[in-house]
Design a protein around this ligand. Structure first.
Ligand code: G1P
Length: 292
């Protein structure tokens, strides 16, 4: 059983400046919901009960978001805003959320190291805060199912266009079935020439506790950071590591264009204004084309 998840959320969000100068990038909303809330929801929908958020300087807003706010709740209750009241009240009860601060920004691998006393001897899920995935079965659940079959670390992957491989961790390995590969190669942000495939790590992982030994033996890699991808490469030398091709649509909130695309698509999915928004987009495109 996998009951614990780790959400690294300590990064500086430099790709989103100036918006992230004084607020965490994980709090950037898609319409009205902070990105990290979608991520926590995915974990909860996958049966996770306990979440450790790796936090850091300037990330207090995340803690406040998943805490009670009695003053706001009373205001909503007194003003007959029942649905909103329940929605806001529920945020504090989604899961048992714990926090630990990464003291220095030394990379994703270093951030995961902070989880070792919390997850102990259990396998655990990792969900990166700048990726949300729309899928019939939550992707973390898809990985948990693969873990149940193979009993080893499992990494979610997705095919990306060749010209985007240098943005991601890329894997190479042997196909065991339509959706599962046994991985023999992990490379963080390779050039097109170096990349063993176009299968990119999609921001979701199930890790066995052995990852902490591998991380301990991993020195700084790409961008002078301790890379989780490098630790996973080390792990493949000692045990199987699988990749599961995800079934779902991934939205990369970490860059501005994809964030914009996500907002538009999620806007079109929202029943209360989907039709109006669709008409608006058609009108905007018509005007834009007329001007060209
Ligand atoms: C991180 C990982 C990378 C992965 C990516 C997915 O990179 O290091 O392997 O493919 O997330 O979003 P980052 O986007 O933090 O640079």
């Amino acid at each position: 059983m996998i009951t614990k998840a780790v959400i690294p959320a300590a990064g500086l969000g430099t790709r989103f400046l100036p918006a992230t100068k004084a607020q965490p990038k994980e709090m950037l909303p898609i319409i009205d919901t902070p990105t990290i809330q979608y991520v926590v929801q995915e974990a909860v929908d996958s049966g996770i009960e306990d979440i450790l958020i790796i936090s850091g300087k300037g990330k207090r807003a995340i803690e406040d978001h998943f805490d009670r706010n009695p003053e706001l709740e009373a205001r909503l209750e007194n003003n007959d805003k029942d649905a909103l009241f329940h929605e806001i009240r529920h945020l504090a009860d989604m899961a048992n959320i714990h926090y630990i601060r990464q003291k220095e920004i030394l990379g994703l691998g270093d951030a995961i190291m902070y989880a070792r006393f919390h997850t102990g001897n259990e396998p655990f899920a990792v969900l990166l805060g700048d990726t949300i995935i729309d899928s019939a079965i939550p992707v973390t659940q898809q990985l948990i199912d693969a873990y149940a079959q193979y009993r080893c670390s499992v990494v979610a992957v997705e095919e990306v266009p060749k010209d985007k491989v240098s943005r991601y961790g890329i894997v190479g390995g042997k196909k065991l079935s339509d959706l599962i590969l046994n991985i023999s190669q992990f490379i963080e942000k390779p050039s097109i020439e170096e990349a063993p495939s176009n299968l990119a790590i999609a921001g979701r992982y199930i890790l066995t506790p052995d990852i902490f030994v591998a991380l301990k033996n991993t020195s700084q890699g790409k961008n002078n950071e301790v890379q989780l991808t490098d630790a996973l490469m080390l792990l493949t030398k000692r045990q199987d590591v699988m990749a599961a091709i995800i079934e779902g649509k991934r939205y990369d909130i970490g860059n501005k264009l994809d964030y914009l695309k996500t907002t538009v698509e999620y806007g079109l999915k929202r029943k209360e204004f989907s039709a109006d928004f669709y008409d608006f987009l058609k009108e905007v495109i018509r005007e834009y084309e007329n001007k060209r």
